[in-house]
Design a protein around this ligand. Sequence first.
Ligand code: SF4
Ligand code: SF4
Length: 362
Amino acid sequence: MSSVAIARIDEYEKEKIKQILLEMTGKTAFPDVSDKTILIKPNILSDAPKEKAITTNPAVVEALIEIVKEKGARKILVGDSPGLHTPTFNAKASGIKDVIDRTGAIFEDFTRRNRQHTVYRKLKVPMAVALDEADVVISVAKFKTHQLMMQTGAVKNMFGLVPGLNKSPMHLKCPSVEEFAKLIISIFRESHTDYAVIDGIIGMEGAGPANGTPRKVGLLISSEDAFAADYSEAVIMGYERKDMPILNEAIKEGLTDIRTYSYPILNPDNLVIKDYKRIESRKRSLFSALILPYFSRIREKRKAQKRNAPTFQNNCVKCRRCIDICPAKALTMGDPHPEINLNACIRCYCCHEMCPVDAIKI
Ligand code: SF4
Ligand code: SF4
């Protein structure tokens, strides 16, 4: 049985958010934080200004920090690691660093302190040491679409525990949507997340998670079950269950059960935004659903290559971020924008996430 609290709120006013979050935590199984070390993991995909709706809004992070402090937390760590994690990354532009300083929390740089975990397919993946120190882990995600996983939610948010560029080779190891969803789930399980909050006051629609358009949704979602919180987000976005690769894999693995979800405040079925600009769902054949898992990685790669390839636009500023992050080494700098080797590209869309000027279209 999982409880999901969904509440309306239409502005980033910290005191109001705090009041509503307190009500939501009271109606769900919020963990005991007294005298404990807490890791709060917002989404800071890139250190962008909050108005772009790429990152969790700092007012939500601040309200949550104050709540756990008032509930007696001993130590509060806050951190994330963008795909292109520069040595100067400190979450300043997103406004989250100011919140950390103001509240006495501690900023964690995941690239400085991490250790290897063994995850799906016995892959060795570095993850933040803050996880080992935390008694309680809280995912504070952003309500956004995602080119590959259809939605960014509280589960996918925990992929940020893998520092910087270590993330992109994972796409190469797990190029199909199903395999990547399994990988995300296995990383999420390593994170031992206890509670999930999704900032949907202003969400992102269209070409998320980095180049979509901010959209007022006016909701906060929270649950002790991150899959259940993500399910609500997806329903509100207007997705059908078959469109949600992470949730479908989690159900198969017995990690969550939609039939047992309860909604003590608002029900997501009554909140569907019919014209929300979603990612078009990928058509899945019987072949891909049942037979593919028995085939080799080469076939997975071929299947991945049936997805739309990125295309490059002339507004490129040649920053090379896409080239640096591409796990398949499929990009070389051309003129007026990078050239793509379509045979090498695995359609992971990391380049799209990283482009600062929306010069990559899917
Ligand atoms: S070109 Fe873009 S989509 Fe293709 S493999 Fe590289 S990063 Fe992924
Ligand atoms: S396409 Fe975007 S990320 Fe790639 S070089 Fe151009 S501006 Fe940079």
